[in-house]
Design a protein around this ligand. Structure first.
Ligand code: SLL
Length: 154
């Protein structure tokens, strides 16, 4: 497969998490006692643009306290919804469409449950949603011709 020499193609995307504390008076059924939040970790296009033409699969690796902590999401939306009690680092592995012949790329995201400053001593617990997301650009250097066409709509 021929590569397109001297060309780099960038694709923007967003990854991150959203967390929301449970209302203590109205907890969803079946959630373990010690869980305090529902959260979501995701990879998506900017303005929810569909990115599945270049992104094939996302593997989210959660903390080992989770059952089946490696979650593979094979189609859009690339996200995992969970509940829990603690913050941790999530490994996010991006797999590209097979035409790309590109190796997977790994990112890390810190799951945030608590609003900034909420853990300061003497502060009353604030119950609010916490969104933590990053804008990122992936660079494909000298993509193979077939992938270049997919990327540029050629
Ligand atoms: C901490 N280092 O101690 C972190 C680990 C792990 C959070 C946090 C498990 C949920 C379940 C969960 O929330 N783990 O039991 O399924 O703060």
């Amino acid at each position: 497969t021929k590569r397109v020499r001297g060309v780099s193609v960038f694709r923007p995307f967003v990854f991150g998490s959203e967390a929301r504390p449970f209302d203590p008076d109205n907890r969803p059924e079946g959630v373990p006692e010690d869980h305090t939040h529902q959260w979501r970790v995701f990879v998506k296009g900017v303005d929810d643009e569909d990115i599945s033409y270049w992104l094939k699969k996302v593997q989210f690796k959660l903390h080992e306290t989770y059952a089946q902590n490696v979650r593979s999401i094979e189609s859009s939306p690339f996200e995992v919804v969970e509940t829990g009690w603690g913050e941790f680092e999530i490994q996010i592995k991006l797999y590209f469409v097979p035409e790309s012949t590109e190796k997977p790329q790994t990112l890390w995201h810190s799951l945030k449950l608590h609003p900034y400053g909420a853990d300061a001593e003497g502060k009353k617990e604030r119950r609010e949603a916490v969104i933590s997301q990053n804008y990122e650009e992936i660079m494909f250097n000298e993509p193979v011709e077939q992938f270049y066409e997919i990327l540029t709509g050629g």
